[in-house]
Ligand binder design. Structure first.
Ligand code: UDP
Length: 477
């Protein structure tokens, strides 16, 4: 009997969190699970349904369960995807999604052969209670890294309860000897000690995650082994699987399952980007992009623009349009007038969505100025590109710490969503980052090889994925 045969009839419900940075790796994981022969139902909100078209056309057997995005008095009407909202809405969206508990329970009860396993995002920890009520298993998928989750879980399981020194607590996490309280996002720091309702939402979610039957990471053990082992010790079991990097390179069809229009329109086509890069020398271009959500203030954009002008380096810079809440023509997303003319020939400014994986994979890219979202981190690692870290929120601070202080493949350039960097300092870093003998580049290339080896047959992530599928198939309740 082949693995495909044994997977037949094992029905899994995949429940992604509706933000690009969560949905993209969840779809990559779903693609791998469907390729293994598992029966998949994926839960999707109506607005995100078109983003699933690529994966549904490749795997027509995947069923969709469409549930309306729950109403919530703090979420503007029509904004059901975190892309439409500032990042600090995350706990509010997570809280709203808890309202899907009852409709989901009804769906399970009326299904002729319901899933025996739920694979849910880390921000949906309440599915653990649902799984218990249904007497099935819940497995958490983390689109964040294992170091970030070690930090989050350590804080949330200890701080609200114990009178313990922050620094002592952080130093209990392996390989974090110098991580400081300031390296933790204020998004977590501010909530942690407050007795408010959103704190309670976070707390319940993370404790739900930790009680789940297993944890899947978009990571690989050569990069995060100590943290993966630390989590196994914390959780008291070893059902922690690192199956990443879950990237288009995992898919021999160049990632056809990723949503094509996942971030909306772009001012430059994929061919436009590669044709432009083809004319540049190896490792000569700085690529700048802050993920799918962050829109920079005009003051920050002005310093980056000035830094680029002063540095004389070649660059590709993705500038996101302000959200409806930020308003067009206001304090966000405006490039200084005349900038594009002044840098014509050596700079490409892209408004909207950059084909990031393709861009990073081009031989001309020399460095990546990133907000250190975990997907961007992994994409930079796979591409073997040194990273210029500017963490802004959430797990990005500990991701930056990992890149700069533990793996030595990055340089910190700025910290904080509201910080305005200095253009002269930026210019120096830009020049350094494309220099020939950059030590971070050598290490980035080594880490890239380890990442690609991990997902080959017999690689650590390929083995963890097989082990995960084996566990899913064995789940007889
Ligand atoms: N991304 C992209 N083009 C863009 C912006 C983002 O392809 O213009 C992709 C990027 O490749 C990554 C994801 O969107 O896969 C962003 O996830 P990440 O965790 O880096 O940051 P987030 O958007 O969650 O802050």
């Amino acid at each position: 009997m082949t693995i495909l045969d044994s997977c037949m009839g094992t029905h899994v419900l995949v429940f992604p969190y509706p933000a690009q940075g969560h949905l993209i790796p969840t779809l990559d994981l779903t693609h791998q699970l469907a390729t293994s022969g598992l029966t998949i139902t994926i839960l999707v909100t109506p607005k995100n349904l078109p983003l699933l078209n690529p994966i549904l056309s490749k795997h027509p057997s995947i069923q969709t369960l469409i549930l309306p995005f729950p109403s919530h008095n703090l979420i503007p009407p029509g904004a059901e995807n975190a892309k439409d909202l500032p990042p600090n809405y995350t706990p509010i969206i997570a809280q709203a999604l808890c309202q899907l508990y009852e409709p989901l329970l009804d769906w399970f009860k009326s299904h002729p052969s319901p899933p025996r396993i739920i694979i849910s995002d880390i921000l949906l920890g309440w599915t653990q209670t649902l799984a218990c009520q249904l007497n099935i298993r819940n497995i958490v998928f983390s689109p964040s890294g294992a170091m970030a989750l070690s930090v989050i879980y350590t804080l949330w399981t200890n701080l609200p309860k114990k009178d313990i020194n922050d620094q002592v607590l952080l130093s209990s996490i392996p390989n974090c000897p110098t991580i400081r309280w300031e390296n933790i996002s204020s998004m977590y720091r501010n909530y942690i000690k407050k007795d408010d309702s959103l704190s309670k939402v976070w707390m319940d979610l993370f404790l739900g995650d930790m009680a789940s039957w297993g944890l899947i990471f978009n990571s690989f053990s050569e990069m995060e082994r100590v943290y993966l082992d630390h989590l196994k010790r914390q959780l008291g079991h070893d059902r922690v699987w690192a199956v990443g990097p879950l990237l288009p390179c995992n898919d021999k069809d160049t990632g056809a399952c990723r949503p094509a229009e996942r971030g909306g329109a772009s001012s430059v086509s994929v061919e436009g980007v590669t044709t432009w890069l083809d004319k540049c020398k190896d490792h000569s271009v700085v690529y700048i992009c802050f993920g799918s959500q962050a829109v920079l203030r005009n003051s920050q954009i002005a310093e980056i623009a000035s830094g680029l002008e002063k540095s004389g380096v070649h660059f590709i810079w993705c500038v996101k349009e302000p959200t409806a809440a930020q308003g067009s023509g206001g304090s966000y997303g405006r490039i200084p007038s005349g900038f594009e003319n002044r840098v014509a020939g050596r700079g490409l400014v892209i408004r909207g969505w950059v084909p990031q994986v393709v861009t990073l994979g081009h031989r001309a890219i020399g460095a990546f100025l990133t907000h250190c979202g975990w997907n961007s981190v992994l994409e930079g690692v796979v591409a073997g590109v040194p990273m210029l870290a500017w963490p802004m929120t959430a797990d990005q601070f500990s991701d930056a710490f990992l890149l700069v202080n533990v793996l030595n493949v990055g340089i910190t350039v700025c910290e904080g969503a509201d910080t305005v960097p200095n253009s002269a300092e930026l210019a120096k870093v830009f020049v350094k980052s494309v220099s020939e003998n950059l030590v971070e580049r050598t290490r980035a290339k080594q880490l890239s090889k380890a990442a690609l080896d991990a997902i080959k047959d017999e690689g650590s992530s390929a083995k963890d994925f097989d082990c995960l599928v084996h566990h899913l198939v064995q789940t007889k309740l």
